[in-house]
Design a protein around this ligand. Structure first.
Ligand code: G3P
Length: 221
């Protein structure tokens, strides 16, 4: 499974990219607003920091303007994935932008039928928002199970399932169990994925015992 960072904070992205574990980045207009910087300055920095896909979202809502904005974004860097909302115009724009050779991430997906249409429109990625479904007492991860099943029924559909709106590590574990292709994860949660209190406790005990031996690995010839 691939890991994308769900942020437009370049410091966080650089730090995470240094681990070699980051496969891409997703942004959205809210995350760009939070970063408080010029959109294209942010995109330039992010696209230079990671090799993998960097999702950049159009803000137009009608087909023509979405395609125009999408082309502009796609031309900006080779690793841009144009993000379009899952609306009729968004699906049409997806088809057009894909035919023009751009990567497209169809976002704000909340149902299996929407995901099926995104795949039919040739989306590179579809972004189901699991946390926002959980927020309204629906089962976000059940949507991921449904989309996986449906896509696997039709091998000609090549769209990758990009699990978004991840709120805690168990969303990631479950996404991996289901076989989702990508999880886009806020940096604070990404860092939690490597933590375990028993790792810290075990390491502390090992180091205390090692210190008792008085030895040093680097002292040996
Ligand atoms: O990638 C979409 C994601 O950022 C939405 O997350 O937490 O705002 O629902 P959230």
């Amino acid at each position: 499974m691939k890991f994308f960072a769900d942020t437009a904070d370049i410091d966080e992205i650089r730090d995470l990219a240094a681990t070699g574990l980051l496969d891409g980045v997703t942004t959205n207009p809210s995350l760009v607003a939070k970063a408080g910087r010029d959109f294209f300055d942010v995109l330039k920095d992010i696209c230079a920091a990671v090799e993998g896909p960097v999702s950049a979202e159009v803000t137009a809502t009608d087909y023509d303007a979405m395609v125009q904005e999408g082309r502009r974004l796609a031309d900006f860097a080779d690793n841009i994935a144009v993000k379009v909302p899952l609306t009729w115009d968004g699906l049409k724009a997806c088809k057009t932008l894909r035919q023009a050779g751009a990567m497209v991430n169809v976002t704000l997906c909340f149902s299996a039928t929407q995901a099926l249409f995104a795949a039919k429109a040739g989306a590179t990625f579809v972004s189901p928002f699991v946390g926002r479904l959980d927020d309204i007492s629906e089962d976000g991860m059940q949507l991921i199970r449904d989309i996986r099943l449906i896509y696997d029924n039709y091998p000609a559909l090549e769209t990758e399932i990009l699990v978004a709106s991840i709120r805690h590590p168990m969303h990631v574990v479950e996404a991996a169990r289901i076989g989702a292709d990508v999880c886009t994860v806020p940096p604070a949660i990404l860092r939690k994925l490597a933590d375990h209190p028993l790792t810290d406790k075990g390491l502390k005990a090992f180091l205390a015992d090692w210190q008792g031996t008085g030895q040093s690995i680097l002292d040996k010839p």
